[in-house]
Structures are given as C-alpha cells and as structure tokens.
Design a protein around this ligand. Structure first.
Ligand code: ZN
Length: 225
C-alpha cells in the first residue's frame, strides 16, 4: 500500500494516517518531520536544510528527493508507506515515480468552512500540550485544562482567517499534484465531511476493494482517535 496522502488543513489527514500506520504497521512519512529530525541531530544534511529554512527558502527539489529516496529504502517501507507533504512540485512527483510505484494518491478533503469550523474550535494547554476541541472534546470547565487548570489558548494558526489562508495556500501548491495523479488515473477523491469515525472505515473498504490495501493488519483492533 504505497500511498500519497493529499489534503488541506482540517480534512483529517493526521487521524487517517495514524490509523493506517497503527493498524497495518506502515510508516507515515512526512518530509517536514525528517527535516526537523536531521536538524535536531545536526547532521550535514540537517545543516544544509537549516540554511534554506532560515533564509525563508523552500528546500530544493534535489535535496527533498534524496531524503525521500533514502527514507523509502528503509526496511520498514517494504509493505508500504503513507507519504504526507510530498510530492509538492511536479518535478518531485516525477522523481517519485522513478523511485517507486505509487498505488494511489488519496485526496482527503472537506469544504473550507468545515475546515474552519473544525480547526477554530481547537484549543491547547500551553503548559502540558493537551489538545481540546470545544465541540468534540471540550474541557470539563470553561477554557481551562482538565489536568492542570491552565487557561487554554488558541494557536494563531487556528484562527478562522488564518485557516482560510492556509486552506487557499494548500490548493495553490497542491492542486497541480492532485491533477498529476488524476491524469495517471490513480487519484481517489474522498470527502471527509462525515468525520473520521465514519470516513475511515469507508475509505479502508474502498482501498481493499480496489486491491490497493492487500496487507493484513498487524493490530486489527486499532481505534480511531
Ligand atoms: Zn494542561
């Protein structure tokens, strides 16, 4: 199950990726996470990446592609993987085709206002990092953390205007990638307005029926979080 996962903020990518990762023991690969790890370890690659990021530049395609190529050659990718945030340019998508065969690109989406509604209700405890959702997982008392009583805050990224901007920027960047996989006839469009608890089993069924998901679960009873 070699998957490219595409989707705007608020669509539920993290929840979907985490479910498939735990249930089928395939890695969820985010280039952002690899970059942060390399920078934290202060490797030669990490230092190069850091230079670009500090100048506010995108990491060049050839570096990103090399990072992904190395990551996909690790033994834990043998049964499959979920790529997240990559490819983000057509050059990267074409390079990925040369590295491996992608079975499907999943475009997980929700309308913009659904994303705004979901994310703007997200509040976080600045002390312990616990995340709340005022609609689905509210704190017991008004806007304070259940564990330590700290007043909760909303991240700047989760303010409605910022969410709308992030959503638009997502499609400015990734619409060409969505179109690329549509042309290759391996795009699966999936509307997650129903929410992850309903949506995940539906998508899982689709992937099995399309013979994309062929591996047995390593943890059959994973719950959707
Ligand atoms: Zn807390």
């Amino acid at each position: 199950m070699r998957i490219v996962l595409l989707g705007p903020p608020g669509a539920g990518k993290g929840t979907y990726a985490s479910y498939f990762k735990k249930k089928y023991c395939i890695p969820h690969i985010s280039t952002g996470d690899i970059f942060r790890a390399e920078i934290a370890k202060n490797t030669e690659l990490g230092r190069r990446i850091k230079e670009y990021i500090e100048k506010g530049l995108l990491v060049p395609d050839e570096i990103v592609i090399e990072v992904v190529k190395q990551r996909l050659s690790q033994p834990d990718c043998e049964k499959g993987f979920i790529l997240d945030g990559f490819p983000r340019t057509i050059a990267q998508a074409k390079a990925l085709d040369k590295i491996t065969k992608i079975d499907a690109a999943i475009h997980l989406y929700v309308p913009m206002e659904v994303a705004v509604d979901r994310l703007s209700n997200r509040y976080i405890c600045p002390k312990c990092g616990r995340i709340y959702n005022l609609k689905f997982m509210p704190p017991k008392n008004d806007l304070v953390c259940d564990d330590d009583g700290t007043p909760l805050i909303r991240r700047k990224d989760d303010e409605p205007e910022v969410i709308r901007k992030r959503y638009e920027i997502y499609y400015q960047t990734f619409q060409p990638i969505i179109d690329f996989y549509k042309e290759k006839d391996i795009l699966i469009e999936f509307d997650n307005t129903v929410g992850s608890e309903v949506g995940i089993p539906m998508l899982e069924k689709i992937l099995i029926e399309k013979n994309i998901l062929k591996i047995e679960p390593c943890n059959p009873s994973v719950s959707i979080q």
